[in-house]
Design a protein around this ligand. Structure first.
Ligand code: SER
Length: 314
């Protein structure tokens, strides 16, 4: 991994992944691409790219001399549920184009899958790496199909595909958009700005989560891992913690004692959350490439609140 092209570089993960990769591999060795112009100037090379345009994706990758493609452009779960056909075309069209470019130009390949790749019939607690995957959302259908495509491109064409099933990702830098786990980001902003939060996810709903610095490190560690040790080429379960809304609220109350949480459940996002695991088992990632995390819930809360106070001048 020396020259890396990233799609969806202005998105939730992309915008922080770029900085991490630039730090590790050098600013000019990371090419950011996105369908929209950045609002403020991005450091390093940038190209406009609609990922459904496979020809342009190939040209940009070739001109840059990329040896790695990280395909991050996708719609998240709740947005995909609003526009399922658009989600299919964007999520699957973009992914297959990126896999084709990786095949044609002999590039290493990364794309994130998600806890959304599981469904109501998946074992809910300590969900194994290899298990039933019958999701009930369009996002989940896309993620399972994507995982199968990664396996296929590896076994059929020898493309060096790698991926993780990310849980909800929490960060003070970029806000997610249209995800089901977004409440666990919103809650920190509201805690600082208003001292209270109305959760769209019901009390008692457990989902896996991870702090963004751990997620970015996991991507780099997986991409740098010895290929001979990787048994799984679709996507690895990764997680740092599992909690439900009142537990994250309690963690915030350790810093803001008057903080309160109330509930106004959004039935669409609640149904999505209910269809996902309560906690997933990352032991295959630990065994095959040494996956590890630094932040648990309280360590993440302390850092989120400190960083957000600076960002929001509060
Ligand atoms: N954070 C994502 C979502 O909620 C899960 O992959 O859609």
């Amino acid at each position: 991994m020396k020259k890396i092209m990233v799609t969806g570089a202005l998105g939730q993960i992309g915008s922080e992944l770029i900085a991490k990769l630039q730090k590790e591999y050098g600013e000019n060795n990371v090419l950011s691409t996105d369908i929209r112009q950045p609002q403020s100037s991005v450091s390093g090379p940038f190209e406009i790219l609609d990922v459904t345009d496979g020809k342009k994706m190939h040209e940009i990758a070739k001109d840059f001399g990329a040896d790695t493609i990280m395909h991050m452009a996708a719609l998240l779960s709740a947005t995909a549920e609003k526009q399922p056909l658009f989600a299919w075309n964007l999520n699957m069209g973009g992914l297959v184009n990126a896999l084709e470019v990786a095949r044609e130009l002999n590039m290493q390949f990364f794309t994130p899958s998600s806890i959304g790749a599981f469904g109501p019939s998946t074992p809910k607690a300590n969900t194994p790496q290899d298990t039933l995957q019958r999701p009930t959302t369009m996002y989940g259908v896309n993620k399972v199909a994507g995982e199968l495509l990664c396996d296929y491109y590896y076994t059929r064409f020898g493309v060096d595909t790698r991926g993780v099933r990310f849980p909800g990702l929490i960060s003070y830098v970029a806000q997610p958009g249209g995800g089901t786990t977004d409440y666990a980001v919103d809650i920190y902003y509201k805690a600082i700005e208003e001292g209270q939060y109305t959760s769209f996810i019901a009390e008692g709903t457990y989902m896996d989560m991870m702090y963004m610095p751990d997620a970015l490190q996991a991507i780099v560690d997986l991409m740098e891992a010895d290929p001979a040790k990787l048994v799984h080429r679709n996507a690895f379960n990764v997680t740092a913690m599992s909690f439900e809304p009142s537990e994250i609220a309690a963690s915030i109350q350790k810093h803001i004692p008057d903080f309160t949480i109330s509930y106004e459940v959004d039935p669409v996002r609640q149904a999505i959350a209910d269809s996902w695991p309560d906690s997933i088992d990352p032991s295959a990632a630990v065994a095959e490439w040494g996956f590890k995390t630094k932040y648990d819930l309280d360590a993440m809360t302390a850092d989120m609140l400190e960083q957000l106070r600076k960002k929001l001048n509060k």
